[in-house]
Design a protein around this ligand. Sequence first.
Ligand code: SF4
Length: 342
Amino acid sequence: MGTLTVLCAIVLLGAYAIIIPWALLSRMVTSIKRFIFIIETCIFRLKSKKPISVNYHFTRRCNYSCGFCFHTAKTSHMLSLNDAKRGLKLLKDAGMHKLNFAGGEPFLETGFLGELMKYCKTELNLQSVSVVTNGSLVSDRFLRIYGKYLDIMAVSCDSFSEDVNHEIGRGKGNHLRAVQKVARLCREYNIKFKINTVVNFYNWMEDMNEYIDELKPFRWKCFQCLLLPDENSGDATIRDARRFLISDEQFQIFCERHKHHESFVPEGNDVMVNSYLILDEYMCFLDKDAKVQSKSILQVGVEKALEEVRWYKDMFLERRGVYDWQRNIKNAGGDGCGKDLD
Ligand code: SF4
C-alpha cells in the first residue's frame, strides 16, 4: 500500500512537471503573438492611409423591416462570385486587413457569403473576417462548413423586449430566440460574438445590463440612431427614421447606464458619419452623408474610387476601429490568427 502511494505520488509529480511548464510556455507564446498584433495596429495608426477595414454590403435585400434601416433595399443587384472575388483581391492589394460582410441580410445568400468568407481566409489571408446579421437565418449547418473562416459574428439586437423589437420592425416576436441561438453557436465554433444596438426613441430608457451580463458579447456597439438622406430620412426613401431619433442627452443617459461593461463601445452621430468605409453591391464606395457614390473599384481601382468619397481615418481610429479582431484562441487550432486556420 505504502509503495503504491509512493508510486502514485511520483507519477503525479512527473505529470505536474510536464504540464505546468507546457501551460506556461503556451501562455507566453500567446502573449508574444498578442504583443505583435498590438504593435502592428500601432503601425497602422502611424502611417496607414489604406482601406484597413472595409464593410462590404453585397446585398440590400432583407427579411426584416427595421424602421430606421441604414442600408435599405433600393436595388436587388448582386455581383457574380468571380467579380466579387476580383474586387476583394483589389482591396487586399490596397492594404485591407479586415472585411466585414453586411447587408441587407447576408444570410439570405449563404452560398455567396460562405464562398467569399473562405476566399478571404484561404486565398487572401485576411487577418479578420466578420459578418453582421439580424440572426434569423444563421444555422448550425452553415457554421459547420464555413465557421472556421469567420472571426466575428455581430448580431443586431436593439431591445430585450419582443414588443419593442416588433415596434422597431425586427422580426415577428422571435428575435430574441435568434440572438440567443447566435450567441450559443458562436461559443460552439469559437467565433467572437458581438452585439450591435441602435439606441433610439423606443429603447433609450431600457436597462439591458442583465441581458448583456448573460450573453457576454466580446464587443457591444451602441449606435445613436442616425438619419441618412438617401436611406431613411426623405419622402423618397424606403424608410423614415425620424420617429426613432433621440437627442444627444438621451443617448448619454443610455450610455451612463451601460458604460461599466468592458465590451461597451458607444458611437454617437458625430463619430459614425464617414468613419466607416462602405462598399455597396456594385463595389462602389458610399459617402452616405454627402449622398456620393464612387465609381466601382472593379472599373477604376481602389485608390481612384477612394478619392471620390470622404473617409476620415482619424474618426475610424477614434471610434476604436482597430481592435483585437481575430477569432477566439481557445481550441481554434493555433493562436487565433486567421492565417493559421487554413
Ligand atoms: S435587419 Fe438590418 S438590413 Fe434588415 S431591415 Fe433591419 S436594419 Fe435593415
